[in-house]
Ligand binder design. Structure first.
Ligand SMILES: [Zn+2]
Length: 326
């Protein structure tokens, strides 16, 4: 796996044991953290989850490709883009991003997932604006349930509660094989090398006509990581269920408690509501984001959320969070 360098980041937040060697890097890069309008400090919503060499991009607010470029995440990687809903602050940047990828010579297919109307938005605009793409684009309309199923992970969607149809997403890594015990492999007569490698990766092998199971030489399976991203939404019971057991939850925190009426009216959440939901789902860490432009300083929102959940931070543009295995 090619090493990834994320440059020009404002802050790196790490779990205490991040220095431990992790087999598959999982990190979150916040490209934009403002709602509705950008501010001098914050761009419009876009969150990248980088898993090894692959990027999952959640929403593409206007101008998000500038911070994408600055992050050094790479133009030609495997990329899947997930749009939560068709509001301009979440989707206006998609065409610009696609054009930037093309002008930088991307030739790897791009996979886009979102509400059905997103396909029309892309088709019409690439035609009207003469955007010539250098790569194939595959679109899939999102419905509740499994959106992407790969060998090592699943990405699921759940309907959220917003002024238009909106989806929350959850990335779940599948369980990994347990710790490998070389002494057991030796005892069972498995020669070191390729067969050890296969057993370590969960495959069963035949040695001298005899079956050796991966489970004979490895410990119990180890849990993968789970990341939740709410998009714009009210905090509700449905999402509480959907995000159960998340290691990291990134949640709409547009308003503080004294603007709760506004949160109800615009179908967003307050920071405290986000924290209440995070607590009931058992999320280990809560990241507040999508802040109203009225808050130049969001420490008040972190304070409100911290009265409910013990591990809360506020997202900043270009902030990077490393997520180690549990
Ligand atoms: Zn919205």
């Amino acid at each position: 796996m090619k090493a990834v360098v994320v440059r020009a980041v404002a802050a790196v937040v790490a779990y205490p044991h991040i220095s431990r060697l992790v087999p598959m890097q999982l990190r979150i890069v916040f490209l934009g953290t403002s709602s509705a309008v950008p501010t001098s400090k914050r761009g419009l919503t876009s969150i990248v989850v980088q898993r090894g060499g692959e990027l999952f991009i959640f929403d593409a607010g206007e101008g998000m490709q500038r911070n994408f470029l600055q992050s050094g995440l790479g133009m030609n990687r495997g990329m899947k883009v997930f749009i939560t809903h068709m509001h301009s602050d979440h989707v206006l940047g998609l065409l610009g991003f696609m054009q930037t990828l093309a002008l930088n010579g991307r030739d790897t297919p791009l996979y886009i997932y979102g509400p059905g109307v997103l396909k029309e938005y892309i088709d019409v605009n690439t035609r009207l604006l003469n955007i010539n793409l250098t790569y194939d684009v595959y679109f899939k309309e999102v419905r509740e349930g499994v959106v992407v199923e790969e060998k090592e992970y699943t990405i699921k969607a759940c309907s959220a509660e917003h002024t238009v149809h909106s989806y929350a997403y959850c990335l779940e890594e599948h369980d990994r094989p347990g710790i490998f015990y070389p002494e057991k492999a030796i005892e069972l007569g498995v020669p070191k090398g390729r067969l050890w490698h296969r057993l370590q990766h969960g495959d069963d092998v035949i040695v001298n006509g005899r079956l050796v199971r991966s489970s004979d030489v490895t410990g119990p399976k180890r849990k993968g990581r789970r990341i939740g991203i709410s998009g714009d939404t009210r905090a509700n019971k449905r999402l509480e269920e959907f995000f159960k057991g998340c290691d990291l939850l990134i949640f709409d925190s547009t308003f503080s408690e004294d603007e709760k009426d506004r949160a109800l009216e615009t179908m967003h959440s307050t920071a405290r509501e986000a924290a209440e939901l995070a607590s009931s789902t058992g999320a280990k860490m809560l990241v507040l984001t999508h802040f109203s432009a009225r808050y130049d300083d969001v420490s008040k929102l972190v304070k409100e959320a911290s009265t409910v959940h013990s591990n809360v931070i506020a997202a900043e543009d270009m902030m990077v969070i490393e997520v180690p295995y549990p």
